[in-house]
Design a protein around this ligand. Structure first.
Ligand SMILES: [Zn+2]
Length: 116
């Protein structure tokens, strides 16, 4: 069975997604490494220190999950370059077109996705 995944379409989907994630991180005041750049003001810390801290923690959590997603996207783009896109990292079998379409950053097949 030959792979029927459209790599060009996958690459463009991933690029669009990557730009979106980077933009979201910028809006949260973080750079692509997940560091807060301090360009976003989270309100007056002196007026309501507790709330500001809570919000900062929440933002850091969001940035972290976006950074994680960005890593997945970069990994998927690297796999397209390497010619291993759509191949399971664990068992080296094709992940399956439907799953790749549903989640273009998949690096494992359904059988292996829960394997540590
Ligand atoms: Zn597998």
């Amino acid at each position: 069975m030959t792979a029927t995944i459209d790599l060009k379409a996958a690459a463009s989907t991933l690029s669009v997604e990557r730009a979106k994630v980077v933009h979201q991180m910028e809006e949260l005041g973080a750079d692509v490494s997940g560091e807060l750049t301090g360009t976003v003001d989270y309100g007056d810390a002196f007026a309501d220190g507790g709330a500001a801290t809570a919000e900062r923690t929440e933002v850091l959590g969001l940035v972290e999950s976006l950074k994680h997603h960005l890593d997945d996207i970069d990994q998927a783009l690297a796999k397209i370059d390497e010619g291993t896109y759509g191949i399971c990292d664990v068992c080296a079998k094709p992940i399956g077109e439907a799953r790749m379409e549903f989640r273009p950053t998949s690096t494992r097949c359904v059988d292996c996705k829960s394997v540590a």
